[in-house]
Ligand binder design. Structure first.
Ligand SMILES: [Mn+2]
Length: 464
């Protein structure tokens, strides 16, 4: 545990105090994460602390539980001090008591000295790890079903309300994450050469992360098959005429995420076809950014961006008719099957473990189950201090083209004969991260080339 990688104690104290009054009564249990074994007990996946635990208790070490007592205004960390057996393997580390004090907690209780009083009301979050389910079953003497159905909606809503609005010190961290993310993307864009393997470019990206002593915020997508939305295969050879789609990001030292995507040609320029589709995606991206402001539904920005994409496709001759009508009919989902963006913070999809309906929607705005909109993780009205991604794309998925064509879908809006000539086109996405401000969106991280011309000039220089 590096005690320098923490905010001031007063920040954690203030966050817990807001949560305590928001939840009102009972005891809040925030489970820290435990080590998770790969193939035998002591061979672990890299440790990543739970994000809500990080938000309220800051400490990035395993086997801790945080208790926030709303009735007695006390905060406790349950955990064990290191023994000599631990120190032999880990070396000397600050005591748990010292770590806890660093985040404003005076009361550290060891596992042998703490017992849960099951007569009291306890609030807990929906668990996303099996060991958390077992812990809650043991602590509260309840069944697996009671753990799954018994999570606290007031706790979920209170945490979402707090974590949805990023403070200035959080935004500083997010800038750090996206600065390195941006550098990682430029390095990949400059390093790509025909006949390289995709995994060699993953290596270029990973080196940038290691050079900054940070980790990736999610498994990178780096592929010439950008039409496959979550493609983690990296074994293809990249060739002249291909486009590389790279979607990746890193976490800041305090675990705030970055998440960017660029798509670039392997040769010095896009083909005419590639450039036309790229520019349509780019126009949709720019229109979305222009509309980022407090009060507007992100769902409406998603639909505006979809209509802009369709307009571009009508100009190219891929689509026909009226763009708004095409979007109402869902015809854009032939190319843009996912959402325009998502909240970002301590998680790359911020708080997704708390439930998308709570994080991205409201009781008056229920998440749609329609194809396309069901993958829109954020729909609700934006507020100053929200941090989100904007990531429109165009994906040519042969199986989807065949299915829609066979079912006779979208015939008023899609030129299927023209679409056939794009069957093996691939996919394009452009993604950046923003803070919502009253006076216009603030780009996170160092600006990176984005228009087709600017990307081509980076590629030409790199290949010269
Ligand atoms: Mn994203």
């Amino acid at each position: 545990m590096d005690l320098n990688n923490l905010f001031a104690a007063s920040i954690y104290e203030a966050r817990r105090s807001v949560l305590r009054s928001s939840v009102g009564s009972g005891r809040i249990i925030l489970l820290g994460n435990n080590e998770s074994s790969v193939n035998f007990k002591d061979n672990w996946y890299p440790f990543r602390q739970d994000s809500s635990f990080l938000y309220y208790f800051g400490l990035s070490q395993p086997d801790l539980v945080g208790i926030i007592d709303c009735d007695n205004e006390t905060d406790i960390i349950i955990g064990n001090e290191l023994t000599i057996d631990d120190i032999i393997w880990t070396g000397p580390l600050p005591s748990l008591q010292a770590c806890a004090e660093r985040v404003g907690i005076r009361q550290v209780i060891s596992w042998t000295d703490y017992s849960f009083d099951i007569r009291q009301k306890h609030h807990f979050l929906p668990p996303y790890r099996g060991d958390h389910t077992f812990q809650l079953m043991n602590y509260l003497a309840i069944s697996k079903e009671e753990v799954e159905s018994g999570y606290s909606i007031p706790l979920v809503q209170s945490i979402v309300k707090q974590r949805n609005i990023k403070s200035s010190e959080e935004i500083k961290e997010l800038h750090k994450a996206v600065d390195v993310t941006s550098a990682m993307h430029l390095a990949v864009m400059e390093a790509a050469r025909p006949s390289m393997k995709e995994y060699e470019l993953v290596g270029v990206a990973a080196k940038v992360a290691y050079d900054h002593n940070v980790h990736m915020s999610f498994a990178p997508i780096l592929t010439i098959d950008g039409q496959t939305l979550h493609n983690h295969y990296h074994g293809n050879t990249i060739k002249d005429g291909d486009m590389v789609l790279f979607d990746g990001g890193v976490e800041s030292p305090l675990f705030y995420a970055g998440d960017m995507t660029r798509t670039f040609p392997v040769s010095g320029s896009f083909t005419t076809k590639q450039k036309e589709i790229y520019d349509a995606v780019y126009q949709a991206h720019e229109l979305a950014i222009m509309n980022l402001k407090p009060g507007i539904l992100f769902r409406d920005i998603h639909l505006m961006a979809a209509a802009k994409l369709v307009e571009g496709f009508i100009d190219i001759g891929l689509m026909k008719g009226n763009a708004e009508e095409a979007v109402r009919a869902g015809a854009h989902t032939m190319f843009f099957q996912c959402g325009l963006g998502h909240m970002m913070g301590l998680d790359v999809h911020d708080m997704e473990n708390l439930g998308e309906q709570y994080v991205g929607y409201t009781p008056d705005l229920i998440k749609s189950t329609a194809f396309g909109l069901k993958s829109l993780r954020l729909g609700k009205a934006l507020e100053e201090g929200n941090v989100l991604t904007v990531e429109p794309g165009a994906y040519f998925i042969p199986a989807l083209i065949d299915k829609c064509k066979a079912e006779g879908l979208y015939q008023d809006f899609i030129h299927y004969d023209v679409l056939e000539t794009y069957r093996n086109f691939g996919g394009i996405r452009v993604e950046e991260d923003f803070v919502i401000r009253n006076n216009g969106p603030e780009l996170l991280g160092k600006a990176l080339v984005k228009s087709s011309d600017a990307i081509e000039s980076v590629r030409k220089k790199a290949l010269a």
